[in-house]
Design a protein around this ligand. Structure first.
Ligand code: ADP
Ligand code: TRP
Length: 324
């Protein structure tokens, strides 16, 4: 039985990109597998977030979003990364095998390295903590968005080096990247991301959601002009949530002219409400019960920890560190 594992940071609210790129594909896999580990990467989010209240709010929102999207807390192990302290110890061991040059080449660091004065060491070693998350559970498959591909390569690289040096310790994980859900664009056309403040929160109240969608940036072609669906953010978002017949219809309307961006935004707004009706209702109900969510996370951590300990002991033993 294969083990599936993935994590989502708690650096902000869960958005449509996270849901389509990571959460839904992971839940689909996880609900049919015996071993699945899903966690909130709160330690990773400390690289950017230093506000305790905000972090706790984010953790609650992210956890609620997962459960509202259909995660089964019975079938899967669902937890908060910082509750399983083995992650940080494992990170240290892996770090001692991670070449500096490989980490200096990671996009997550390189993208920020133009302004080195504001880069903390956590940003630099971020991929190693991610490798620890994955290797601690002998994960076979890691569903992630395309932007995480390089982090999986780094994980495999470190695991391969250690297996080669110390003997077989780690399972080499493979990414699962949904081909039809590539990078979801944000309202400004760049990758949708918490860090760009360009995201669509499908759980926000209708008025806010509508406002967000109405602020999607477009060119200034008039209503009657034929438009290129392939370069339009509204169309790209619509296609990612509507069924293929609806997307094809909108594509034709773009090409033949007469479809204004205002109307297309309305269609997108309606499509989001329809597609995520169940999830929205469930979210509104669950978010009123933070204690229940907290219990689920703590329960998940106590299920995750024995496995993490077992794998940690494997590497401790090979390195000459006392096992516990
Ligand atoms: P963010 O960029 O908003 O901080 P995270 O880095 O926490 O998002 O990503 C969590 C998961 O969601 C990852 O697997 C990531 O690849 C996926 N993901 C994030 N943004 C997108 C996007 N715009 N399109 C598709 N998948 C995404
Ligand atoms: N770095 C991932 C992201 O930003 C989140 C993450 C942390 C993760 N640990 C992980 C994803 C382990 C998959 C597996 O999206």
């Amino acid at each position: 039985m294969a083990t599936i594992l993935t994590g989502v940071q708690s650096s902000g609210r869960v958005h449509l990109g996270n849901i389509l790129g990571a959460i839904l594909p992971a839940i689909e896999l996880g609900n049919t597998q015996e071993n699945s580990y899903f966690f909130i990467a709160d330690l990773h989010s400390l690289t950017s977030l230093k506000n305790s209240k905000q972090l706790q709010e984010n953790i609650l929102q992210v956890a609620t979003a997962w459960i509202a999207c259909g995660l089964s807390v019975e079938k899967s192990v669902f937890f908060r990364q910082s509750d399983v302290v083995e992650h940080t110890e494992m990170q240290w061991y892996l770090q001692c095998f991670a070449p500096y040059a490989m980490l200096a080449n990671a996009h997550s660091f390189k993208d920020k390295s133009e302004n080195l004065a504001s880069v903390n060491a956590g940003v630099f070693t971020y991929p190693v903590l991610m490798a620890a998350d994955i290797l601690l559970y002998d994960a076979n498959f890691v569903p992630v968005g395309k932007d995480q591909k390089q982090h999986l390569e780094i994980t495999r690289d470190i695991a391969g080096t250690i297996n080669h040096t110390l003997g077989d310790i780690f399972v080499l994980p493979e990414p699962i990247i949904a081909e039809n859900v590539m990078t979801i664009p944000g309202i400004d056309g760049r990758k949708m991301s918490k860090s760009y403040d360009n995201y669509i929160d499908i759980f926000s109240e209708e008025k806010l959601l509508r406002k967000k969608i109405m602020s999607i940036v477009t060119d200034s072609l008039p209503v009657e002009a034929p438009k290129n669906p392939d370069t339009c953010t509204i169309f790209s978002l619509f296609r990612s949530i509507a069924d293929s017949a609806e997307a094809e219809l909108l594509r034709q309307q773009y090409l033949s002219g007469g479809m204004g961006y205002g109307k297309a935004k309305e269609l997108l707004f309606e499509a989001i409400l329809t597609r995520f009706a169940t999830e929205r209702t469930k979210f509104q109900e669950l978010i009123k019960h933070p204690k229940y969510i907290e219990e689920q996370l703590l329960g998940g951590a106590s299920k995750a920890q024995p496995k993490a300990r077992e794998v940690l002991n494997r590497i401790r033993a090979k390195l000459g560190i006392r096992t516990r």
